[in-house]
Design a protein. Structure first.
Length: 135
C-alpha cells in the first residue's frame, strides 16, 4: 500500500521546489539512495546529502542532520528504516520543508498523519526515480 496519491507525487516532483535533502545518502554507490540521488540530479534537482558522516556526495556538501543545513530545503527524501523515519519527518516539519518523501519500504503511518496535519505534502513507500519517468 502506498500513501500519497498521484497528484501529490506530481506536485512534489514538479512544483514543490528543486532542493532535495536526501536522508541516508552516503558515498556507498551500491545503496539505493545513491542511484536515486543521481536520477534526481539529472532531473535538475539539487541534492543535499544528510548522513552522520556528513561527507560530500555527487559533488554536494553533506550534513550530519537536517538542522545543520544552512539554507532552506524543499523536499526531504528519506532512506532510513521505518523505525527512524518518523523523527526525520518531524525534523522536516521543523526545518520548514514543503514535502516529505518516504522511499519504498519506509512506512510510518503516524508520521504520515503528523506530517500532513502540519501542512506538508507527503508520499510514502514510493520512489521518485520510478515516478519521474511517469510524469
Amino acid at each position: 500500500m502506498s500513501y500519497g496519491d498521484d497528484a501529490t507525487v506530481r506536485k512534489i516532483l514538479t512544483s514543490s521546489g528543486d532542493t532535495w535533502a536526501v536522508v541516508g545518502l552516503s558515498t556507498n554507490t551500491a545503496r539505493a539512495a545513491y542511484g536515486v540521488a543521481r536520477v534526481l540530479q539529472r532531473a535538475g534537482k539539487r541534492i543535499v546529502p544528510v548522513h552522520p558522516k556528513a561527507e560530500p556526495v555527487l559533488g554536494e556538501q553533506g550534513y550530519a542532520s537536517l538542522a545543520e543545513i544552512p539554507f532552506p530545503v524543499d523536499v526531504v527524501d528519506v532512506f532510513v528504516n521505518s523505525e527512524l523515519a518518523g523523527p526525520v519527518a518531524d525534523q522536516a516539519v521543523a526545518k520548514g520543508a514543503k514535502a516529505v518523501w518516504f522511499q519504498l519500504g519506509v512506512v510510518d503511518e503516524a508520521a504520515f498523519d503528523r506530517t500532513r496535519a502540519a501542512g506538508l505534502d507527503m508520499v510514502m513507500d514510493r520512489c521518485p526515480a520510478i515516478e519521474l519517468p511517469r510524469l
